[in-house]
Write a protein that binds this ligand. Sequence first.
Ligand code: CA
Length: 229
Amino acid sequence: MKILLVEDEKKVASFIQRGLEEERYQVDLAFDGRTGATMAVSESYDAIILDIQLPGMDGLDVLRYIRGHGVTAPVLMLTVRDSVEDKVTALDSGGDDYLTKPFAFAELLARLRALMRRGQQRNGENRLEAFGVTVDLHTHQVTRNGRTLDLTGKEYALLELFLRHPGKVLTRTMIAEQIWGYNFDSFTNVIDVYVNYLRKKLDQTQGPKLIHTVRGVGYVLRREEDSGQ
Ligand code: CA
């Protein structure tokens, strides 16, 4: 079992790391959010322990970023702030559970085990589908009406984001945050360029246009007859 720990306080980090290694987990450490986010999307982890208060990119940003990049590993958030609002935000952003510092190691271990059990049960249905388009979240295979599409990494990430929100308008800001992350320069037209790439590939197959431009706002994945126009 491999776990990613993102925690900037070295003392806390080594306390958790030592404990987990004694339990025979393999632990990778990141001391800041940016590094943690990169590791989470490039490696496969059974669970992620994520501190909320991190320098630079904070834990909630990391969480949104990795969920936007298709990371489905269960995430246990660590917080010092015991406010209801924080907990709600943590869970809304795609966190699975949270733990308030200071905590006993046994408690962390119990929560982590529960999350990983739930994660394994959830892994049965790792497929997204809407309007005849499917993506396999494990193999990244994409099909439309049974025909396989060959997408680049960014095109795939975009399509996955659309499939997670069928019929809902995605703003450029949301797309930028989810796909390009924290460093994104919103004055470039890179989003429009990639949406067009994806659109062309979807249009190569049979069926109506699926990605529609919502002027001045963003894009929506839907069938035209569903739009009421
Ligand atoms: Ca911290």
